[in-house]
Design a binder for this molecule. Structure first.
Ligand SMILES: NC(=O)C1=CN([C@@H]2O[C@H](COP(=O)(O)OP(=O)(O)OC[C@H]3O[C@@H](n4cnc5c(N)ncnc54)[C@H](O)[C@@H]3O)[C@@H](O)[C@H]2O)C=CC1
Ligand SMILES: CC(=O)C(=O)O
Length: 310
């Protein structure tokens, strides 16, 4: 599978590296407005390939994206310490006008996987500009927040994160909703397993995990200026699910006709990922508080999209 990555900075290069390590792509092409950066990143990742699956890694202009099955969009600016994701919108939406058209001139019908923040609104912007079939333009959404949720719950219980099943929904950002009520360990409700293990999910534990998920990006950016490894691994995992036509369920952002009464809004819900992109959406069972929080998140995103005329 040929995967293009536009934006070869922290996120794009981490995605390229994860794709090379996992073998999710057989050909990776990095494009950046800084040709020198794209070339340096491609060479550095290529030097890892003797230790990985068979994969070629190159840098190029947009024309090098011809034949790409998936194009990851990670171009634009990231947050400065203390800055919200939504504060990036105007700058990144302006960048995408040219980027999407240039990608589609080279590769007319790829799957477009958006990582640039604010990822939900950027997914909506991309879908509108690209005009591809529904399901072929989507965003990484809360895949990273879900991973953070699963790892923090796993750490609390002393279990493997792979055995924790639960999703973060709504905005990839401050208004996101942790789906506590539907969370499970294996096939058992989380609260029941936590009680059996003597590690109850008290209000304090819940608040600590919520904060750990919601504020993770702020803390990491304060410490190292960006986040990249978690999202890089998440993007590679999505590509792998596309390549293998897995039918894997992941929390991803898609322009959704209606969610809890809010229409035409891009946000994350559990979605089924396969060869054609996102095949369907699985609406989770939520308690009343979670429905209210998801509705508030959806309304906020809808209003933000309204301001852009989406
Ligand atoms: N979805 C998620 O979970 C996450 C999203 N992000 C977002 O990903 C985006 C990228 O973040 P970083 O890689 O840390 O930033 P970065 O600054 O390291 O890299 C961005 C790259 O985009 C390139 N670029 C800018 N305008 C361009 C254009 N018109 N054409 C081609 N390339 C262009 C820049 O030259 C730069 O190399 C940000 O918006 C950030 O907020 C970051 C982490 C997680
Ligand atoms: C930066 C960002 O969106 C994150 O790490 O969640």
């Amino acid at each position: 599978m040929k995967v293009g990555i536009v934006g070869a900075g922290m996120v794009g290069s981490a995605a390229g590296y994860a794709l090379a390590l996992t073998g999710a792509a057989s050909r990776i092409v990095l494009v950046d407005r800084s040709e020198a950066l794209a070339l340096a990143q491609a060479q550095d990742i290529a030097h890892a390939t003797p230790f990985t699956a068979a994969v070629t890694v190159e840098a190029g202009g947009y024309e090098a994206l011809a034949g790409a099955d998936v194009v990851i969009l990670a171009a634009g600016v990231g947050q400065k310490p203390g800055e919200s994701r939504l504060a990036l919108l105007e700058r990144n939406a302006a960048v995408f006008e040219d980027v999407i058209r240039a990608v589609l001139r080279a590769a007319p019908d790829p799957i477009l996987l958006v990582a640039t923040n604010p990822v939900d609104v950027m997914t909506h912007v991309t879908a509108k500009i690209a005009g591809l079939a529904p399901g072929r333009v989507f965003g990484s959404g809360t895949i990273l927040d879900t991973a953070r949720f699963r790892s923090l719950v796993a750490h609390h219980l002393g279990l493997a994160p792979q055995s924790i099943h639960g999703y973060v929904l709504g905005e990839h950002g401050d208004s996101e909703v942790l789906g506590w009520s539907g969370a499970r360990v294996g096939s058992e409700p989380l609260t029941s397993v936590a009680a059996q293990l003597g590690s109850a999910i008290t209000a304090d534990v819940r608040a600590r995990i919520d904060d750990g998920v919601r504020r993770a990006a702020y803390r990491i950016i304060e410490g190292k200026g960006a986040t990249n490894y978690g999202i890089g691994a998440g993007l590679a995992r999505i590509v792998q699910a596309i390549r293998r036509d897995e039918g894997a369920v992941m929390s991803l952002s898609l322009v959704t006709p209606e969610v809890t009464g809010v229409h035409n809004v891009a946000l994350s819900l559990p979605r089924v990922v396969g060869a054609s992109g996102l095949r369907s959406t699985l609406m989770p069972t939520l308690d009343a508080q979670e429905v209210a929080a998801l509705t508030a998140s959806a309304r906020m995103l809808r209003e933000t999209s309204d301001a852009l005329g989406l």
